[in-house]
Design a protein around this ligand. Structure first.
Ligand code: FE2
Ligand code: FE2
Length: 258
């Protein structure tokens, strides 16, 4: 779908080997199955119905200006994760740094797209955007994890959780923008990049006993990432909601705000 447009360009991310993916998914099923269930539920929430109803790229402004902050901040947090890496964790450095590097110019692609389609008249406008509490909460979760330096917690929450949600977001938004005549590399690249980021995290994850307390801790954190991601998307279109998930990835409750 999205990559035919970029077929002439060098692929930035290695192709994903389906057999390897299946093996990783099987090995970490205790995490992947509930997490996929939860993230699939997010794609059925009102935000995505709103996306499907978009008629012009201009209507996407309320999302794009918050997304710009998110896109610009995530690579910074990944840089903190790299910078705080202990000597014992040195083998993880290429993983963190490649992720930070890969994400580092994405916000600029989005900014150029916003200029091209008249969402903003100048780059400086983006510096004046006041980000929502939910946007800050989602980003702050990553800051917390970078400081905590718990590798598995980082991987399950950022790579398996947030990157999967982000991949779902771009898989819906990228073709929608093409439909509106506003398709762009910023959206298309994420369909591939975030899938890569999401899956590759599993390669570095420890083997965890699914019955252990540690498994519950990790799964809770990963699901917290999905909740905060969903709350963030809805805050962008003026809907206050915080979906909360059970440890099996089903919806526990929705905390609505009047
Ligand atoms: Fe990105
Ligand atoms: Fe990503």
């Amino acid at each position: 779908m999205s990559h035919s447009q970029a077929a002439h360009a060098e692929p930035k991310y290695e192709a994903i080997d389906q057999a390897k993916l299946d093996a990783l998914r099987h090995k970490h099923a205790w995490l992947v199955e509930p997490l996929y269930r939860a993230s699939d539920l997010v794609t059925e929430m009102p935000f995505f119905r709103w996306v499907k109803r978009l008629r012009t790229p201009l209507e996407f402004k309320c999302v794009a200006e918050q997304l710009y902050f998110h896109s610009a901040t995530f690579p910074k947090v990944m840089g903190i994760m790299l910078g705080f890496t202990s000597m014992r964790e040195n083998p993880m450095m290429p993983f963190y740094s490649k992720h930070a590097f890969g994400e580092s110019d994405h916000h600029m692609l989005l900014r150029t797209w916003m200029r091209r389609h008249g969402l903003i008249d100048s780059d400086a406008e983006l510096d004046k955007v006041i980000t929502s509490i939910e946007t800050n909460a989602c980003v702050n979760l990553a800051y917390q994890l970078a400081v905590e330096q718990d590798r598995d917690k980082w991987l399950v929450t950022i790579n398996s959780g947030i990157e999967r949600c982000s991949n779902d977001f771009f898989k819906i938004v990228a073709p929608k923008m093409h439909e509106l005549g506003a398709g762009d590399e910023y959206f298309d690249v994420h369909v591939e990049a975030d899938e890569h980021h999401s899956i590759m995290g599993l390669e570095h994850l420890s083997s965890i006993d699914p019955e252990s307390h540690r498994a519950k801790v990790l799964l809770s954190k990963a699901l917290e990432g999905v909740s905060l991601w969903a709350a963030m998307l809805h805050s962008w279109i003026g809907i206050g909601m915080m979906p909360v998930f059970n440890l099996d990835g089903t919806l526990a409750a929705e905390r609505k705000r009047a």
